[in-house]
Unconditional design. Structure first.
Length: 363
């Protein structure tokens, strides 16, 4: 684009800017300060954000509909609000297409008084392919554009629990980490590719999860770029058969080259899980090897299900390592799915989930 055109389009952009929806206009100003410790929250829509523990939240990635009220509230607490960014990689191999997409994202963020973008691109990519290089360039160019046009803005990128081509996501992780502000490590869906027995297992087993961070550090990713992302949801698996020692065999659902996957189960919210335990056959059980809770229940048709999930006890074993590995912070998928009702038990459980972001508390 010529400098004149660029100038003209920036004038047009300003005149397109929406009216600030906040009661106090200064709340529409973007957040600029850097936080030493990040608490990165995914919000999927609705109004449960009103019940978040805002004394700890630093960034909200909004995956639901744009909510001006949420933006104003987050800014009043000094927290960033960032867009969701996803694009089909084959269509941004082309440089001008890529630039057009980035421009569109920056404009959208500016019009909505937002503080950055979370790139959630989980496509399969072959190492050395045109998409492989396009992805690295996309992250770099997106970060440059955001930093330039929205000073102090934050660009983060979501990665799998390990950098070793999980789900055929063979990205240039080191280059990507170096060219954005943060990597949100999704330490969940770790059974997306089951190679052994097709059985129900933990969503985020502790040893495997922590091993993923060691791999990121080993390939040379700066620990200060890494956020530990933990699940506030679990998996409900219908069992095809259920052995005497409590192993639940699940349907064979292949995923990206693996014969079995967690797609045999259904994702369930922590809110659903805490209710369902009450009517389970087993009550809460604990698996010592995976360091995760689970339970069994019978559905109305008589089929046994096994539910694997995380609770404060399993979460804090992971988040304890944030400090020891020198990571930048924590986050969860997703913040909406706790029971934020006035029920005293629910209140206590939800507070315990937020607290578990900061490791196992003494006592
Ligand atoms: C540019 O993007 C559009 C839609 O996003 C896509 O249909 C088109 O094929 C892309 N062009 C190139 C050259 O990749
Ligand atoms: C359960 O089903 C799996 C897969 O169909 C099979 O390999 C296994 O032997 C079965 N176990 C029992 C106890 O029936
Ligand atoms: C919010 O988090 C802080 C820090 O962990 C904690 O001290 C506080 O009690 C929490 N607030 C609520 C309402 O749970």
């Amino acid at each position: 684009m010529s400098p004149l055109l660029m100038f003209l389009s920036s004038i047009i952009m300003v005149s397109w800017a929406d009216v600030c929806p906040c009661e106090r206009p200064e709340l529409c100003q973007q957040i600029q300060d850097e936080k030493d410790f990040e608490v990165f929250v995914f919000d999927v829509g609705g109004k449960t954000w009103k019940s978040y523990n805002w004394s700890v939240v630093t960034t909200v990635a909004t995956f639901g509909k744009y909510d001006g009220e949420l933006m104003c509230h987050a800014h009043s607490k000094g927290a960033r609000v960032v867009l969701k960014g996803d694009v089909h990689l084959a269509s941004v191999v082309d440089q001008s297409n890529r630039t057009a997409w980035i421009t569109e994202m920056v404009d959208l963020a500016r019009r909505q008084f937002m503080d950055g973008i979370n790139l959630d691109i989980e496509q399969a990519v072959e190492e050395g392919s045109p998409e492989y290089f396009a992805l690295t360039d996309l992250v770099k160019e997106t970060t440059e554009a955001f930093h330039k046009q929205i000073p102090g803005s934050q660009v983060s990128f979501d990665v799998a629990w390990s950098p070793q081509c999980v789900d055929k996501r063979c990205y240039d992780y080191v280059a990507i980490a170096n060219s954005c502000d943060l990597l949100f490590v999704m330490s969940y869906d770790e059974q997306s590719q089951i190679l052994g027995d097709c059985i129900a297992m933990a969503n985020s087993p502790v040893t495997q999860t922590l091993g993923g961070y060691d791999q990121y550090l080993k390939i040379g990713v700066d620990p200060k770029k890494l956020l530990m992302g933990v699940p506030w949801y679990g998996y409900d698996y219908p069992c095809l058969n259920f052995t005497q020692d409590g192993v639940c065999y699940v349907a064979e659902v292949p995923f990206r080259g693996a014969p079995c996957s967690d797609a045999a189960g259904k994702q369930k919210t922590y809110k659903w899980i805490t209710k369902q335990i009450g009517s389970s056959l087993s009550g809460r059980l604990w698996d010592d090897k995976q360091q995760a809770p689970y339970f069994n229940y019978k559905d109305p048709k008589g089929q046994i299900h096994q539910v694997w999930y995380d609770d404060p006890e399993s979460l804090c074993l992971k988040t304890d390592a944030v400090q020891s590995k020198g990571l930048r912070g924590v986050g969860m998928w997703n913040a909406n799915i706790l029971d934020y009702s006035d029920d005293p038990v629910a209140r206590q459980q939800s507070a315990a989930m937020w607290n578990a972001l900061f490791g196992c508390q003494p006592g």
